[in-house]
Ligand binder design. Structure first.
Ligand code: NAP
Ligand code: ZN
Length: 346
């Protein structure tokens, strides 16, 4: 076994604290990565607090991982020791079902194996990226460009792919009016991709103080959703709303901002079910859709797109001992726009 250290929550009530644990030895198809940076996703906070379902504890969160390869198995041929590498939200899947075969491992018929807070296919808990090292099978490791700032690349592994994938799937681009609901980690990446794909992008935000930053990210318009008159001006305005909100919100209100036949794509995961009036949908043939991260091939496509277009996340680099304050700020929507842990501080 490989000795590892990281930060873990021992249960849903306590803060994260240093913890030592073991990773499996590197098998023939495995890669060991020395983790250099890990992004802080709102999903980490949801999961250590049991927001969605009872978690597996101790829990080492983190699924926006970048680092350098330090060991490869005998049968690994796509990576070499010394390469930069990334790992996102999944570390395994059945590889044979229709979805896996189609490059949609995130929708694996057996369920994908999540990077943390899950059991691997031999029943051992998985531990995430708030740690110094990880062992992952080759198929779930991504190539990372050395042309981009590495720390700012980490959030692409979740916030990046989770917004890139639905925008590609629904072919959002030129001629479309796209609203991004919530300007946090996912939202700011959605703005960058929406703009890069040629859409006219509006940020819908509860935080008036994010306007200048939203425009600097490339957004064409900014609407404060708590301001009645600003909201009224965008009734029926959008082809798509990409909903990244992490908490309960008024779905009927936002659906009213869609054009006839418009689609609200939900990627945020509040802890309670959505409440929606049927008339909000049928009075305008509107759709509600959802999207989960993205497949491995598409994640690599997104990383290559970012390298070609110089796209990275806007980050605040933090010391791992400041993780609890980072979560507190995240809960208040006070992130510009992704915290990334510098693993040298572990
Ligand atoms: P985040 O950085 O905290 O951003 C969420 C943003 O939503 C906030 O910055 C805030 O933006 C807005 N917001 C928060 N509470 C709100 C409320 N009550 N009403 C309206 N707006 C509110 O979180 P994130 O890391 O981007 O993650 C967002 C959500 O996506 C989380 O639920 C996360 O678990 C989920 N997620 C899903 C996937 C997937 O595969 N589908 C992948 C990753 C994450 P403003 O200040 O602009 O209002
Ligand atoms: Zn995430």
């Amino acid at each position: 076994m490989i000795q590892a250290k990281g930060y873990a929550a021992q249960n849903a009530e306590t803060d994260l604290a240093p913890w030592e644990f073991q990773r499996r030895d590197v098998g023939p198809h495995d890669i060991q990565i020395e983790i250099l940076y890990c992004g802080v996703c709102h999903s980490d906070l949801h999961q250590i607090k049991n927001d969605w379902f009872p978690g597996i504890f101790p829990m080492v969160p983190g699924h926006e991982i970048v680092g350098r390869i330090v060991q490869v198995g005998n049968h690994v041929n796509k990576f070499r020791i010394g390469d930069l590498a990334g790992v996102g939200c999944m570390v395994d899947s059945c590889q044979v079902c229709e979805n896996c075969q189609a490059g949609l491992e995130q929708y694996c018929a057996e369920g994908n194996t999540q990077t943390y807070n899950n059991l691997d296919r031999s029943g051992v808990p998985t531990y995430g990226g708030y740690s110094n090292t990880i062992v992952v099978r080759e198929e779930f490791v991504l190539h990372i460009s050395d042309q981009l700032p590495l720390a700012a690349t980490a959030p692409l592994l979740c916030a990046g792919i989770t917004t890139y994938s639905p925008l590609r799937h629904w072919k959002v681009g030129k001629g479309h009016k796209l609203a991004v609901l919530g300007l946090g980690g996912l939202g700011h990446m959605a703005v960058k991709f929406g703009v890069a794909f040629g859409a006219e992008v509006t940020v819908l935000s509860t935080s008036p103080n994010k306007e200048a930053a939203a425009k600097a990210l490339g957004a064409h318009h900014f609407v404060v959703t708590t301001d009645e008159s600003q909201l009224k001006a965008v009734k029926g305005a959008f082809d798509f709303i990409l909903d990244t909100v992490s908490a309960e919100h008024d779905m009927d209100l936002y659906l009213s901002l869609l054009k006839t036949s418009g689609t609200q794509i939900c990627v945020g995961v509040p802890s309670k079910p959505y409440a929606i009036q049927p008339f909000s949908l049928l009075g305008g043939r509107k759709s509600i859709a959802g999207s989960g991260i993205g497949g491995i091939a598409e994640t690599q496509e997104m990383l290559d797109f970012c390298a070609a277009h110089g796209i990275v996340s806007d980050i605040e680099l933090i010391d791992i001992k400041d993780i609890t304050q980072a979560y507190e700020r995240m809960l208040k929507g006070d992130v510009r726009y992704r915290f990334v842990i510098d693993m040298a501080t572990l």
